[in-house]
Design a binder for this molecule. Sequence first.
Ligand code: PLP
Length: 398
Amino acid sequence: MVKLNEHYLELKQSYLFAEIGRRVAAYAAEHPDAKIIRLGIGDVTRPLTPAVVEAMSKAVAEMGQAETFRGYGPEQGYDFLRNAIVDYYARNGVTIAADEVFVSDGAKSDTGNITDLFDPENKVLIPDPVYPVYVDTNTMNGRNIIYMDANAENNFLPMPDPDVDADIIYLCSPNNPTGATYNREQLKAWVDYANSKGAIILFDSAYEAFISDPELPRSIFAIEGARECAIEFCSLSKTAGFTGTRCGYTIVPTELERTSTTGVRQSVKAMWNRRQTTKFNGVSYIVQRGAAAAFSEQGMKEAQENIAYYKENARIIAEVFEKKSVRYFGGINSPYIWFECPKGMDAWTFFDYLLKEVNVVGTPGEGFGTNGTHFFRLTAFGTKEATIEAMKRIESIL
Ligand code: PLP
């Protein structure tokens, strides 16, 4: 008789977006004329840029000709894309090597799949609130999770506690959902902590392209000592509008090694390579051509125009909160604005209030962790017109 992985039964029901959908649908059915604006979902709205479209169109044509047709590609990604990522990092002042870059179909898969490399006995340190995939994938493996509080007191940027022994540490900066972004000193403290414990940092930089403050690190590898203790996950989803096109990458530095219980020195990069070549067959050639174009100087210029568009939305949102003295976080180096629900409301009460009073939909913070119980997330990924209208309405009830 088959035995199931019963750790799946320990997962909290991921009811957040389903519940949002249910409440919005019920309201819309009762109020068919309501003009509902959705600023909840973290999906982009700007289309792929011309450089990406051109590169992908060319790649489609190549696939239709016998001379240029391609079958299976390298599981780690084509050299043209790995090199384009290396160049992009170099332009941001960070040196990595092409064989440390592993191209994938996105950061969600990689942040989940990386758990294959680690023993279930490891203690995992995860911020609360944060992108829920880290908690769920470790729960699936039956790992012991230690939560670290991210709250208004620490500006949603928890720092290491030397008395806590963690083996695996998840950091997400700029953060989803709070938009909080670690500075160099803070990340250095994390790197030093990880190196002192022999721990590994899993650093999710999916929103790095939203960082405009040149003092803030866009990669953990901008920090001395990180090559000995960190893995970085990134994605083209928010950088270049690839949420539907699908492409991301993971950087595993050559220096990252740990010793097995049998005393064998093991390269983590070699393990990830083995994992990927066994369980993954690479990203489509067409998508990788588009991704390489996104990382070119022209492609990044175009991507930054879309990012500027979203950041203007973030500014429009923040302006209203400034004016109304609502305590908020993020929105400067991030597409997310995380704010305290007014009048002491909890997040679901505020959700209903916002939906009913002004027909605006956002995301209740508790979907990202218990510290989000009185917080709410709005995203800057809507259209400018919708954002202006939504904030006019929200202002009227604050
Ligand atoms: N990491 C974070 C922090 C995210 O917020 C998201 C998407 O919302 C992802 C990773 C997933 O990225 P991808 O679309 O590349 O799977």
